[in-house]
Structures are given as C-alpha cells and as structure tokens.
Design a protein around this ligand. Structure first.
Ligand code: FAD
Length: 317
C-alpha cells in the first residue's frame, strides 16, 4: 500500500522506521534482530536507505596505490522485498541520483515494480566521499526533481526507449526530503522552499524531514511550507542523540542545530547509559509534543540505537 494511502486512511498518528542495509559481510538476520521488537508498534512502513559506492585508494605491495570501488551497504532493493515478505509491512526504498545513469534507474524501478514495491523516497544523494560537491553521473539525474520526473514518466508509461509504445504504467507513490533548518547548499530557506515546492508540483505526495532536535524548527518549517503553497503531509524525522561525540558530529554531518538544554543534559551525563537516557528522554519529549500536535507520522531513524528508539516509542504509543 502507498504511504499516502496509509496517511489518508489513518485515524491516529502513525509510526514508521528507517533502517540501513546491513554492512557487506553481515547477514540480513542482523536487520531482523533490530526490527523484530519494533513490529510491536505496527509500523505503517519501513524505509531503507541507499548507499552509493565509494572510491578508496588501497596501498599495493610495490608501494603504489590502486583506486578501488567499494560498496559497504549493498542490497536496498532486495532488503525492501525481504522486509515486505518477512513482516508484511510496506517498504520504501530510497532512490538516489548519485552514481546512477537514467537507464540504471529505469531498470531499478522496473525491478521494484516487479517486486510489488510501489513506494519510493526520491533523493539526490550526497557528494561521493572523493568529491567536494555533488556530481551527477554522466547520463544521470542532477537533482531530486529530475529523478522525480523520471519516476513520473514511468508512472505514465513513458520509458527511455522511445520505441516502447503503450508501455506499462508503474504506480509509484513518491516522497521527497525537506529540511526544516535548510539544506546546507541552499543560499537561504526561501530558495530551498521554492525547490521543495517544485518537487511537490512535479508529483511528490509527501515530505520526510531531515532530523531536528527542536520541535519549534519543525513547526516553523510546516508554517512556511503552507505559506508557499505546499499542502502535502510533512512527516517529521526523529533520531535520538546518544553520545557526547554526537554533539559535534551531528551538526557537522547533518547541518542541524542542537538546543541548549539537550547540550547541557548530554554534557552532564557520566556513563554511556546516562547518555542513552538523555537521548531517550529527549526523544520522548519531542515525540509526545509532535503527536499532540497531530503530525501525520512519527518517522524514526533507528540507525545504531534501536533500543533507545524502542523505549521512546513504547513510552509514546
Ligand atoms: P535536492 O532536492 O535535489 O536538493 C539539493 C540542493 O539543490 C538543495 O540545496 C536545493 O535547494 C537545491 N536544488 C534543488 N533543486 C534545484 C534546481 N532545480 N536547481 C538548483 N538548485 C536546486 N542520502 C543518501 O545518499 N541515501 C539515502 O538513503 C538518503 N536518505 C535520506 C532521507 C531523508 C529523509 C533525508 C532528509 C535525506 C536523505 N539523504 C540520503 C541525504 C540527501 O541525499 C542529501 O541531503 C542531499 O544532499 C540532498 O538531497 P535532496 O533529495 O534533498 O536534493
């Protein structure tokens, strides 16, 4: 079932989770161990991130370096199919522009369609580790909106091979990313919102936000979206902060601010357990306020801390 239909039919605030594919060398059972307890909350969907390959330089015996391509977390499409099969829960693969030609994207979409997956979260992706700025693949999509338009064309039976007449129309429900604190490359929030609106105008049916730790930022973002005419559901993305190191890592990687109260509480924590408790309590506080405000879905980035997320969701639902 499509994410937008889950939202339309909901009688209360829904729950969903985001997971990463297991690292290469691990089995899918590691993912099931992580997800099994979460099934208690009857998630409406589980989204699965996409990780492009990276180039690394490997030192050879003769002292020279060899450029090697490594893909640390393969399997997004098959994991989605496995999740749907194992849990009978809808899975949402993240689709990115980076590293893909349009032809490869089309083939991936055909695979998804054959597997009965009718949701995609459409993203540009970040720059590869060896790039200073995002570079589209030659023959690939440059921005999320370009990828969105490609999915939309397939939804209208238009394939890259022009001689395919009367092509099968896929039926993907498309979500896109939104940034309450602005995407880091955007010159200002207004410009970023203009591009976000163009993604919605091109067919995105809902928005999932970047994580935020201050609910006021989400509420202001929703107000600004509504002011510019974005009317689709805006799903808040939530992640627990569970270590002192993250006080600097999270702002650097995700370009989000942390509230003073959270910084103070985390700075006072003495043990790893104290840090988890601070993160859990903050997540409960954020979730309760958002639930009270009637957001469509609470979407949890479970990443490395499933137990903290589990405890928080248990306290809220
Ligand atoms: P876009 O919407 O293309 O925007 C990128 C930048 O370009 C923005 O600054 C925007 O303002 C600007 N822009 C947009 N359209 C135009 C235009 N037409 N002309 C000029 N400028 C434009 N990354 C992954 O690699 N894998 C994942 O699985 C993944 N999952 C994510 C899930 C969520 C919920 C979020 C919020 C992010 C996720 N990301 C993921 C990270 C995401 O790929 C990066 O934040 C990326 O830098 C931007 O992606 P986007 O889809 O928002 O890009």
């Amino acid at each position: 079932m499509k994410v937008i239909d889950h939202i339309r039919q909901a009688k209360d605030v829904l729950v969903s989770f985001e997971v990463l594919p297991p690292l290469k060398g691990k089995n899918i059972s590691s993912l099931y161990t992580h997800l099994d307890p979460m099934m208690e909350f009857k998630p409406s969907f589980i989204s699965v991130t996409y990780h492009r390959s990276e180039h690394i330089f490997k030192k050879k015996n003769d002292g020279t370096f060899e450029k090697v391509e490594v893909r640390k977390r393969p399997g997004t499409v098959s994991i989605c199919a496995a999740i749907m099969n194992h849990y009978q829960v809808d899975a949402v693969p993240h689709l990115i522009c980076g590293g893909f030609t349009k032809r490869e994207t089309e083939d991936a979409l055909i695979d998804l369609n054959f597997l009965g997956i009718d949701n995609v979260l459409v993203l540009r992706g970040d720059a590869a580790k060896n790039e200073t700025a995002f570079e589209p693949e030659p023959g690939g999509n440059k921005y999320a909106i370009d990828l969105l338009k490609q999915v939309d064309r397939l939804n209208n039976g238009i394939y890259l091979e022009e001689d395919i007449r009367d092509g099968y129309r896929t039926n993907f429900c498309m979500g896109v990313a939104g940034y309450p604190e602005k995407h880091f490359e955007a010159p200002n929030l207004e410009t970023d919102l203009r591009y976000l609106k163009s993604k919605v105008d091109a067919g995105a049916e809902y928005i999932v936000t970047q994580m935020f730790f201050d609910n006021a930022k989400y509420f202001q973002f929703v107000d600004k979206c509504r002011e510019v005419g974005i009317t689709v559901p805006i799903i808040p993305g939530l992640k627990p902060l569970t270590s002192k190191k993250q006080l600097t890592v999270i702002p650097r990687i995700f370009h989000v601010d942390l509230p003073n109260d959270l910084i103070d509480a985390m700075s006072k924590a003495k043990t790893d357990e104290d840090c988890d408790t601070v993160g859990e309590e903050w997540l409960i506080h954020q979730s309760k306020e958002l639930k009270q405000a009637g957001v469509p879905v609470l979407h949890y980035y479970t990443l490395g801390k499933p137990k903290v997320v589990y405890n928080a969701v248990k306290a809220v639902f």
